[in-house]
Design a protein around this ligand. Structure first.
Ligand code: GLA
Length: 364
């Protein structure tokens, strides 16, 4: 049934329908939505964690493959082997040093789940683990689903009641457009992202070391050996992080083998004005010809090359080897809440957090 959302539902067009996708271990029913476009792309997103579970994309010969890591069922997503595959991540994505921060002179301690730091919003009720409410829609751009979740004051230790909306839309231009909105009744840190892992040869292909990457960033935020920024902002020039022209991931990654990140796991300070949607990265797999472009309004992107993947057997019984996928997580800088010199992540009461991330696909 065509439900009118955003007042722009097209005559005769059918918004996607949700299908049952099992239950969480708490007994909550989970639904899966399938978005399709004329370019032959299909995206599947489930209500647990507003998570992208599948993204099917044609290659240069028109052969379609699922290019994102995931699991076949909710139990897989709940397992210890799930490393945030495809989820909406927060309330504060990335790391907070020792899980401590101060807002309005009050000190907060959030769970330390990546010793000695807090990672990706918490333990039991981080945004990847809660079930969001879904509302499908269709506009001139294409099919979409809007997910909403209100995180109560104090959830996972964070102050303020945080009301969030994440919408995914598959456009006629072969883009998966993700838009975030959040408001709070008290000042609170917010840093949302999507944690999709891509392998443009298809999820489960052995490596991404042959993928060619360009990132439009002159600078990055160096870290200590627990991956917390030192506060410095350094040039990428002369380092293996210089992706201002295309480089294969495997070309220089060994220089990072002995670092805490064991590869690429860095926040890049993106060129151009944050708040403006701009192209920030391009990834090409020479074998399939698939190309991913990333646009965002955010000031940073965490480029992570799956260094902690450990051969877990997941969706379709495929194995996810060390460095067999990459993430480009558009976001504010890690531990911003403890770095007043970084763009702020504090959302004030009455203000609106917005963030757009567009993953675009083509083949050549
Ligand atoms: C992010 C972090 C990585 C790792 C993954 C999840 O990308 O930067 O260090 O924790 O999430 O495994």
């Amino acid at each position: 049934m065509a439900m009118s959302v955003l007042g722009a539902t097209m005559a005769g067009a059918e918004p996607p329908k949700g299908e049952p996708f099992g239950k969480t271990s708490r007994g909550e029913p989970v639904e899966l939505y399938t978005l399709k476009n004329k370019g032959g792309l299909t995206a599947k997103i489930m209500t647990r964690g507003a998570t992208l579970t599948e993204l099917n994309v044609p290659d240069k010969n028109g052969d379609v493959a699922d290019v994102v890591l995931g699991w076949d069922d909710v139990a897989g997503y709940e397992s210890a082997d799930n490393q945030y595959f495809g989820c909406t991540t927060g309330r504060v994505a990335n790391r907070i040093a020792k899980g401590k921060f101060t807002v309005l002179n009050k000190e907060y301690q959030v769970p330390v789940n990546n010793a000695p730091n807090a990672l990706h919003g918490g333990v039991e009720r981080s945004l990847d683990k809660v079930v969001w409410k879904a509302e499908p829609f269709e506009t001139h751009r294409g099919q979409g689903v809007k997910f909403t979740y209100t995180s109560p004051d104090g959830e996972e230790g964070y102050p303020g009641k945080l009301t969030m909306e994440v919408s995914y839309q598959l456009t006629g231009d072969n883009e998966l457009r993700i838009e975030y909105i959040a408001t709070s009744d008290r000042p609170t840190p917010v840093n949302l992202t999507n944690h999709s892992y891509f392998n443009l040869q298809g999820a489960g292909s052995p490596t991404v070391l042959d993928h060619e990457v360009t990132i439009h960033a002159d600078k990055y935020t160096p870290t200590d050996d627990t991956l917390i920024p030192t506060g410095k902002i350094d040039p990428v020039e002369g380092t293996p992080l210089d992706f201002r022209s295309a480089h294969k991931i495997g070309e220089r990654i060994e220089q990072l083998d002995k670092t805490a990140a064991i590869g690429y796991d860095h926040n890049f300070v993106l060129n151009g004005a944050s708040g403006t949607l701009r192209k920030i990265a391009r990834v090409k797999d020479p074998k399939s010809g698939r190309v991913l472009t990333v646009q965002t309004t955010e000031p940073g992107v965490q480029f992570y090359t799956g260094n902690f993947l450990k051969g877990q057997k997941a969706k379709g019984s495929k194995t996810y080897a060390h460095r067999s996928a990459l993430c480009l997580e558009t976001q504010h800088f890690p531990d911003s809440v403890n770095h007043p010199e970084f763009p702020t992540t504090i959302l004030k009461a009455g203000d609106k957090y917005t963030h757009i991330c567009v993953y675009g696909f083509s083949a050549e």
